[in-house]
Write a protein that binds this ligand. Structure first.
Ligand code: ZN
Length: 273
């Protein structure tokens, strides 16, 4: 069979393989765990340079995952960072690296070392290969048909709704939210805070196109004083409708928050009026 040449071609192929495989084994469709089939799949399709190891290593938080030659030059290994306790983050990282293996290993010629920031790059302007690996991972782990069905009533979702999706698909909470923001027509934004400041944010296209976003990479922006993210976990509230002037001067904003998915971090999901 002819091999796909694009990320979405590979994503459809692998997604179908995973679905049919589960059916044959009479297993529930989700979660799809990359570790269970990546080696066998690569051996079947590419006996000349298969993946022969999936393992963890201490990257000291510097990298989230890597695709590197394994011992012999004609074998590959997928490595993920030791420090993770979240199965969802590991599964998403493995899918990202599996994407690099299928789509990019022959284009690049170099090993791939992927940072946490690159796992968040779903914007092809920054780095096309990273964006493609993330799109591949999202498509395979959260197939569009099922994801649409699960989110069809999301007019004013909270992060609690996304925690349910995170568990269904075994992905990180951030990946589940970003996957929704990519396709929704709701005016919404994810804001990741660190130590009282906005670390980075992502707007849905309808919100972005109306000019609402934070350029937190260019300038330092503090979390708004009255935001739940700034008030911290001790205030005991996890979602709130804010009036104008808290997150945005012109618009009331509904915020839901999760504290410390990773140390010292906050996630705020903002739904704009
Ligand atoms: Zn990568």
């Amino acid at each position: 069979m002819k091999q796909p040449t694009t990320w979405d071609g590979w994503a459809s192929r692998v997604s179908l393989f995973a679905r049919e495989g589960k059916k044959l084994l009479d297993l529930p469709r989700f979660p799809i765990r990359i570790e269970e089939f990546a080696e066998g799949y690569s051996r079947q399709l590419f006996p000349g340079d298969p993946i022969t190891m999936i393992d963890s290593r201490d990257f000291g938080g510097k990298f989230e995952g890597a695709l590197v030659p394994n011992v012999a030059k004609d074998e590959w290994a997928i490595i993920y960072d030791h420090g993770h306790t979240s199965r969802g983050r590991i599964n998403f990282t493995l899918a990202h690296e599996f994407g690099h293996y299928l789509i990019h290993r022959r284009l690049s010629g170099d090993p791939f070392y992927c940072s946490r920031r690159q796992m968040m790059e779903w914007d092809s302007k920054y780095s096309q290969m990273e964006a493609e690996a993330n799109s591949f991972a999202a498509f395979v782990l959260m197939p569009p048909d099922d994801f649409r069905e699960q989110t069809k009533n999301f007019q004013k979702p909270t992060l609690r709704d996304f925690e349910i999706l995170r568990d269904r698909y075994e992905v990180s909470l951030t990946a589940a939210v970003l996957n929704w923001l990519k396709s929704t027509s709701v005016r919404a934004m994810l804001v990741v805070g660190r130590d009282g400041f906005i670390d980075w944010s992502w707007s849905s296209s309808t919100l972005y196109n109306s000019g609402v976003y934070f350029s937190a990479r260019k300038v330092t922006i503090a979390l708004p004083e009255q935001s739940l993210a700034a008030l911290g976990p001790t205030c005991g509230i996890t979602s709130q409708q804010h009036p104008k002037g808290v997150w945005n001067d012109d618009t009331a904003v509904f915020e839901s928050v999760v504290f410390a998915e990773h140390h010292g971090m906050t996630l705020s999901l903002l739904i704009y009026g």
